[in-house]
Design a protein around this ligand. Structure first.
Ligand SMILES: [Zn+2]
Length: 413
């Protein structure tokens, strides 16, 4: 296979990344390129120019997702798709999903300059509003493209200024057509920075992602009785905050009993929140994650039981509501093997693990065999201007992406 001699052009890839790093640059060297803003439009326009220069057939769908198609030898065959997102957090880094799109472009450039034709067509993708920083929820473009979110819901999402998704999409000239949505793909591969410390801590270059860890968000409301801090005897109190504190301790403590479980209480409000008044009501959030769906549900049940006992002893009322439930998505073993073999060709060290955060690949897994390549994030820092993935790791990741795509696009049915 002649394609085995190929490699990506590191300088060209880094130059391309530098262009992206100059659009929406923050004072501290990060990026502020929120979805569907002027900065996002500038980046999109340049990206489309690059795609056209490579002779790709460019489409934009009704959610502003951009696709570039390169035909293969087999007519009307399903495509091998790859990509990620070019939008960032308000104080975001230069790498995140941007690497997934731009390494994909580099793969196309290498194939073009070497006149390599794949059996299956290739499609590079940039998804809209992955970050969820401007329009909530995240991964809106990819979710909408595969029908997880309906169009009215997506179009009516508003930013903090009250501007709708649809309005912004029209404003920057990226409201395309529904017929252009991603479809008929066999495989989807997303390269992304890890956003955690696992690869760096283990001194590995390439993460082979097993799937996206499931998570649940709960809201816990504890209701006691507001009263004066002076005259009310301790034994007569119905203190919602004392009960909530004991519950939060359990939320944290349960992780010591269940390996791999991660729990976070990130939000809390006490009413009336006054120094000399016993809190009558407390509301707090729980974020709970585990790659095994049954284990996660077991942990939730156990926590509910423990919190009920605390409520009973503290003479407070308890209501628990589920705000979000997302099961673990397992990625395709075919794609994982292709990534693993590609890394082995280059003697790059690899490690397999689940992703904590969600990614566009999660929704692509609904329509195709899907996988992800993770690259080390120095210090595990992301969504931060200090985010850093080293040039040598970017080069390695792009080479692995190149071979993974070639392998999957030449598979014979
Ligand atoms: Zn991302």
């Amino acid at each position: 296979m002649e394609s085995l001699l190929l490699q990506i052009n590191r300088e060209r890839l880094l130059d391309t990344l530098n262009v992206s790093s100059s659009i929406g640059t923050t004072e501290n060297g990060g990026l502020n390129r929120l979805a569907l803003t002027e900065e996002d439009k500038t980046m999109r326009d340049i990206f489309i120019d690059w795609l056209k220069k490579e002779g790709l057939d460019v489409r934009v769908d009704d959610f502003g997702n951009i696709y570039g198609r390169r035909e293969g030898k087999i007519n009307n065959a399903p495509a091998v798709a790859f990509g990620s997102h070019l939008d960032t957090q308000p104080c975001g880094g230069k790498y995140d999903g941007i690497l997934g799109v731009l390494t994909g472009l580099e793969v196309i450039r290498v194939l073009n300059e070497n006149n390599i034709e794949t059996n299956y067509p290739l499609e590079i993708v940039n998804f809209t509003n992955e970050e969820g920083a401007r329009f909530v929820p995240p991964m809106l473009g990819s979710g909408a493209a595969v029908g997880v979110f309906d169009k009215d819901y997506v179009y009516s999402r508003k930013d903090t200024e009250g501007v709708s998704f649809e309005h912004s999409l029209k404003e920057i000239g990226y409201k395309g057509e529904a017929k252009n949505r991603i479809r008929d793909i066999n495989y989807f591969i997303e390269l992304h920075i890890e956003q955690g410390p696992i690869l760096a801590n283990n001194e590995k270059s390439i993460g082979i992602v097993k799937g996206i860890q499931g998570d649940n968000w709960l809201t816990v409301k504890v209701t006691g009785e507001t009263n004066h801090a002076g005259p009310t005897p301790m034994e007569n109190r119905r203190d919602a905050l004392v009960a909530a504190a004991k519950m939060i301790d359990k939320v944290n403590g349960i992780t010591k009993e269940i390996p791999g479980l991660k729990t976070t209480v990130g939000k809390i409000a006490a009413i009336p929140n006054i120094t000399n008044v016993i809190p009558g009501e407390v509301e707090f959030s729980i974020d709970i994650r585990h790659e095994n769906n049954e284990t996660r549900m077991y942990a939730i049940d156990k926590l509910k039981e423990q919190m009920s006992i605390i409520a009973l002893i503290g003479d407070v009322e308890l209501t628990i509501t589920t705000d979000w439930h997302s099961d673990t998505v397992e990625f395709s073993t075919v794609v994982m093997e292709a990534i693993s073999e590609s890394a082995a060709k280059w003697d790059y060290s690899t490690m397999e693990f689940f992703s904590g955060p969600g990614h566009d690949a999660k929704y692509m897994a609904e329509i195709a065999d899907t996988g992800m390549i993770f690259l080390p994030s120095i210090g595990g820092i992301s969504h931060n201007e200090k985010e850093l993935t080293l040039d040598e790791d970017i080069e390695k990741g792009a080479n692995v992406l190149l071979y993974t795509i070639c392998k999957l696009a030449n598979l014979q049915e």
